[in-house]
Structures are given as structure tokens and as C-alpha cells.
Design a protein around this ligand. Sequence first.
Ligand code: PXL
Length: 285
Amino acid sequence: MNKLKRILAINDISGVGKCSLTVNISVISSSGVECAALPTALLSTHTGEFEGYTFLNLGSEIVSIAEHWKSLGVRFDGIVSGYISSVEQVSMVKKVFELCRNEKTLIFVDPIMADNGVFYSGFDEKMCDALREHSKGADAICPNITEAAFLAGVEYEKPPHTNKFVEKVLSRLKNLSVPIIAISGIHPDDEKIGNIVYDSKTDTVFNAFRPLRPGIFYGVGDIFTSSFSALITRGADTESALKLASELVDSSILHTYASGKERRFGTDFEPALCEYANKVEAYFT
Ligand code: PXL
């Protein structure tokens, strides 16, 4: 039997709205990987399309928690860095990497800061610069196309995302020397949307597109990053991890779309998890 892998997810906990840690824990666990959690902030909901959400910065706890884990000898096979509340917290998360990694730990950075061409509430250029630095030294980064353009210093272009735009973004991101670059939410024409992954080991770009369903689906970036990072940590090749993660996103979107629910309450990945888990186990068998 293969040893159970363990990932640390560093992200906020938004109580309602199905994003960040609530997604990380569910999807990473369903991928057959243990998920430990380090919350960077506590919110009542995510920040998109909700008014009056509460926000508590948990920065003062971050390094102490990691020091306790170090004293216990806890190490992680993978660390996923997600929503970081401020520039100051970026250096705390860096410290967590130092305390909780060994020479084999894979580091995944999801530079959560923006979508659809605009920064999320509370983020700006300074945070973008800090996340660019934070991304250097990661084994993989998982930005959406807006975050990818911002990190690359390329002006964001609205859909349709042309090949020229995507290639420019990717070629600038390669300068960060991160071995795997996974970009989600690329929308090349009216009919499709999807993800691409650049793997520097083989100098190959893989893609996975799905039929477009109109509107915003909150948390799909978190679903994708959680699945992709768990599968890579378990030893999947990049092409298979992209395929399985993209199928989970696609299926979650289909369930949400069919339900007609209010989108801000999040994407319904739960009905898709059982089939996903079975596919993952079949892949690793
Ligand atoms: O899904 C990304 C995300 C994470 N955390 C918070 C958010 C968002 C996106 O809106 O608001 C708090």
C-alpha cells in the first residue's frame, strides 16, 4: 500500500460561499490525500457579490502554528498557498514553508488576488508584486488568466483570449522559473473555456477546454488548484492531473448550472466528488 500523502492548505476560511479552505479540504481529501489546514483569515462569506461580510485577519497565529507543527516533527508532502490577506502575511507564509517542508515537499502557489480583469476587494499592485516574488521558488503556480496576466506584467485582455495574448502571458511567466504553470479560466471563443498547463520538464503545453456556461462560478479556481496539486503530490503526470482536475470542474459547473441556484453561494462540487474520487483511484491503481 502506498503511504498516504499529506498536504498543508494555507488559505482563508470563508464560512459560506464554498471557496478556499472549505474547498481545499473536501477536494484534497477526495483525491486520497490528507489535508491539514492553516487559515490566514476568517470571513463570513467570500468577498464577491456579498455586502457586509466580516473579516478577521489571523496573521498573528500563522507562524506560531507552524512552529508548533515543527516541534512535533510534522512535515508535508505538498503545501498549497492560497488566499493571503496582506503583503505582511506573504512573508509569514514563506516562513511556514521553511518550517514545514523537507527537501521533497512540493510547493503550489495559487496567487489569489483577482478575476475577470479586476483585483478582489483589498488587493492591489503591491500585493501583486509580493505574490510574484512569492511564486518564485514554487514547484507549480495555479493563477487564473487575470492573475497570470497581472503576475506577468501584461495588460489583461477581455475574452476572447487570443493565442497571442495567452502566449505572451505564458512566455513572461516562464521567467519566474517555476517548473509547472497551470492557468485556469482561459476563454478563447464564445463556445469554450478551460485550463492550460505548461510543463517545463518536457517543454510542453497541455490544454483542457469545456463548453462555456455563462456567468461567474465562484470557487472553481480553488476546486482546480486543490485537485491538481493533490494529484501531482500523489505522483500523477501533469497531463493526467490537468484532465482529472478539469473534469471535476466541468462536472461541478454542470451541477450548479442545472440547479439554477444563486451563483454567489458557490459551485456545487459535492455531487461530482464521488465519481471524481472513483476516477482518481482507478488512475492510481
Ligand atoms: O475563490 C477565491 C477567493 C478566496 N478567498 C476569498 C475570496 C475569493 C474570491 O472571491 O473572496 C475570501
